[in-house]
Design a protein around this ligand. Structure first.
Ligand SMILES: Nc1ncnc2c1ncn2[C@@H]1O[C@H](COP(=O)(O)OP(=O)(O)OP(=O)(O)O)[C@@H](O)[C@H]1O
Ligand SMILES: [Mg+2]
Length: 294
């Protein structure tokens, strides 16, 4: 793609985001939308927006970990979030996944699903998967069994009657094993994997549940350079099929993920300090002062 095309695409995306109607504010509208969600379980992505946070404030004993944070992530977008320690990045993920309730603001998945009304397990079921920094795989089980478990846990959550793996499931597992570079290690006990491979397995387990939005908190922390590169490749493969929100301090990893025109969001003191292409935010004096210049 030429730079002109990339810029044009970016402008189109901006226009699209700007055209996104504000979230329904009358409770009747919201109630009605919520009823539809429970009936269909499907987020409405017709406006092209996967995640919509507006004016979110989270206070811990008067300290504002998030301070009127507003942010939107488009369907299929890969958005990197950077910012200094304590900026509120993890707290933002806690709000999206229902772990922390904000004192103020609104959060929706697609145009219709009010995340602030759902419990953590319900949020996972509607297609928001979260990867914490520490890998949490079942070490005594094999790689394959871990993926199988993820699939079955999802089934139980959805009260599906289909308990046995069918050929579509096996195809999906083969695809996930391939994506996560674990195909040759499928029968290996997960406890014997390297740190990076455990991280990939956990991402694979999330992928078995076919999330529409994936939240990844410092996914390459502790990885070797080669593992970091492969993780970037994996995320770039997932982009488009899923929306991804990636929090990372590793700037070369962020640079790889955001090649071309891709928006990076800089958080500071619980709010968005800057947003734009990585080279633009890196040249922003405020960003250099609070983060990059340290
Ligand atoms: N449960 C809590 N109780 C009190 N304060 C909290 C709680 N959770 C987070 N905080 C505070 O909120 C602020 C934001 O924390 P958060 O973990 O979201 O930052 P972060 O951007 O993820 O930082 P890092 O890059 O170090 O992971 C910090 O000052 C943190 O100490
Ligand atoms: Mg954090």
């Amino acid at each position: 793609m030429t730079p002109e095309l990339l810029e044009a695409g970016a402008r189109q995306r901006e226009a699209h985001s700007a055209a996104m109607p504000p979230k329904a504010t009358r409770s009747g509208d919201r109630e009605a939308a919520f009823g539809r969600v429970l009936a269909s379980g499907q987020p409405d992505f017709a406006h092209g927006v996967a995640l919509y946070l507006e004016d979110i404030t989270v206070s811990f004993d008067g300290f504002k970990a998030l301070n009127q944070l507003s942010l939107t992530v488009d369907v299929g977008e890969l958005r990197c979030i950077i910012g200094p320690n304590g900026a509120g990045k993890t707290t933002m993920m806690d709000v999206i996944t229902g772990k922390t309730r904000p004192q103020q603001g609104s959060a929706s998945f697609g145009a219709n699903i009010d995340l602030l009304r759902l419990r953590e397990n319900e949020i996972a079921q509607i297609g928001i998967g979260r990867k914490f920094q520490k890998p949490t795989v079942f070490e005594p089980l094999s790689v394959f069994e871990n993926l199988e478990l993820a699939l079955k846990a999802d089934r139980r959550a959805r009260a599906s009657l289909r308990a046995k793996l069918n050929s579509a499931d096996l195809d999906r597992m083969a695809e996930v094993l391939q994506l996560t570079h674990l195909r040759r290690l499928a029968d290996l006990q997960a406890g014997l994997l390297s740190h990076g491979q455990k991280q990939w397995l956990e991402i694979g387990m999330l992928l078995m549940q076919e999330p529409k939005l994936l939240l990844l908190d410092e996914p390459v922390a502790g990885m070797t350079d080669e593992e970091t590169e492969r993780t970037a490749e994996l995320f770039l493969t997932l982009e488009g099929k899923h929306s991804l929100v990636v929090v990372e301090h590793d700037m070369s990893f962020v640079a790889t993920l955001t090649q071309g025109f891709k928006k990076v969001t800089v958080l500071h003191e619980g709010s968005v300090l800057a947003e734009g292409r990585l080279d633009q935010v890196q040249a922003n004096d405020k960003v250099v002062e609070v983060y990059l210049g340290r």
